[in-house]
Design a binder for this molecule. Structure first.
Ligand code: KG4
Ligand code: ZN
Length: 360
């Protein structure tokens, strides 16, 4: 049977992504980012991101169609990130997708960004061995766990059915992990994006030099396995950021040189330790045997090492899509859209709205 040709649009943060797939085959994945424009602010400025999406959207669509060698006419369905994400940024992608749907009469699917980060594993070339549509069809009872860590979000998901049963187990109550990296990098005088800069600085630092807080790790938040606390699987990184600021201020007040590498390494250890511990706990308690790591922070060397180590200790299989599919992109939106088409699901129509806090 003919596989559906689906065009996916992603614009939830600072990446304008267009992906085109034929079923589970990726034809093109074009991403243009407004990251450069946010550098001098040390973080993504929503208004700037929205305007950049407007500038990039039509050329990106044209480029993706050219690259895939297909016409809009040949496309079977359209898919677009409906949320969660930055409101104005989402609206650009959703409006573009609706306009295309009206102009062409093609069915349009509104896609959840978080689920799409997992759905990218459906692609033949996701970079994950033995992980495919078949794998997702035969998930064990606990389902697939997903640990999504980026500049915009930090979540643990349980995926029992990629198009029907996804549960949010935990998320950050304040900053995303990548955001914490970016803010701490700024405190340390390192460049934006802070993730790669801290990762690099940490390599020559002592991760035990400072003990920084692991947010929401106290008993009152965690509870016990029998009586789980409200925030057992949740994260908080704002206290950590403040703790780093205090330490930096201390050195400056004493007129001493700030030990950037040691602080970077100790900060990174605090982030990665709490993220991986909570992910392991969630997997264990929810009967999850396979964990997918996604989001831009999946590039972090310490996160990769410690997640692999702890997964092995807990008998959990770790899968990580190739990095170009971990960061925000249109291919993941198209991949999940294609799956919905294949399952014969009804399209969303054009009446749905971009929703900055769209639930899974
Ligand atoms: O998924 P992504 O490309 O975009 C969104 O967040 O939407 O992730 C970007 C984030 C930034 O916060 C960046 O600092 C972080 O990922 N990042 C890293 C590394 N590379 C990128 N964080 C830690 N270590 C890295 N090596
Ligand atoms: Zn994302």
């Amino acid at each position: 049977t003919e596989q559906p040709l689906v065009l996916g649009i992603e614009s939830s943060c600072d990446e304008t992504g267009i992906g085109i797939v034929r079923g589970t085959e990726l034809l093109t994945n074009t991403v243009s980012s407004s990251m450069e424009e946010h550098v001098r602010f040390g973080g993504v400025i929503p208004e700037i991101a929205s305007r950049a999406h407007l500038d990039a959207m039509v050329p990106a669509l044209q480029a993706a169609l050219d690259e895939a060698g297909v016409t809009l006419d040949e496309v079977d369905a359209l898919a677009v990130t409906a949320g969660p994400g930055l409101s104005g940024a989402l609206m650009v992608g959703v409006s573009a997708a609706k306009a295309l749907a009206v102009a062409t009469g093609k069915p349009l699917y509104g896609i959840n960004h978080l689920v799409a980060h997992v759905g990218v594993g459906l692609l033949d070339d996701s970079g994950i061995e033995g992980f495919s549509a078949d794998f997702l069809d035969q998930l064990p009872r606990g389902g697939l766990g997903a640990l999504l860590v980026s500049g915009g979000h930090t979540e643990i998901l349980a995926v029992r059915d990629i198009t029907g049963d996804v549960q949010l187990l935990g998320s950050t109550l304040d900053d995303a992990a990548g955001e914490a990296y970016d803010k701490v990098a700024r405190l340390l005088g390192l460049n934006y994006p802070g993730g790669p800069a801290i990762d690099k600085a940490a390599a020559s630092g002592d991760s035990k030099a400072f003990v920084f807080p692991r947010g929401l790790s106290a008993r009152k938040f965690m509870g016990t396995a029998e009586q789980p606390g409200k925030h057992r699987y949740d994260f908080s990184f704002s206290g950590l950021k403040t703790a780093v600021a205090r330490v930096v201020e201390g050195f400056e007040a004493r007129g001493e040189e700030v030990p950037v590498a040691d602080i970077a390494a100790s900060f990174q250890e605090a982030v990665v330790d709490v993220i991986t511990k909570k992910a392991m706990l969630a997997c264990q308690e929810q009967g999850i045997k396979t964990l997918l790591l996604g989001g831009g922070v999946a590039a972090n060397s310490r996160l990769r090492t410690l997640t692999a180590q702890r997964c092995e200790e807990h008998g959990i299989k770790l899968v990580i899509p190739k990095l170009s599919l971990c960061t925000d992109n249109g291919a993941m939106v198209a991949a999940l859209g294609a799956r919905l088409v294949t399952e014969g699901r009804a399209p969303s129509g054009i009446d749905f709205e971009a929703d900055s806090s769209l639930p899974v």
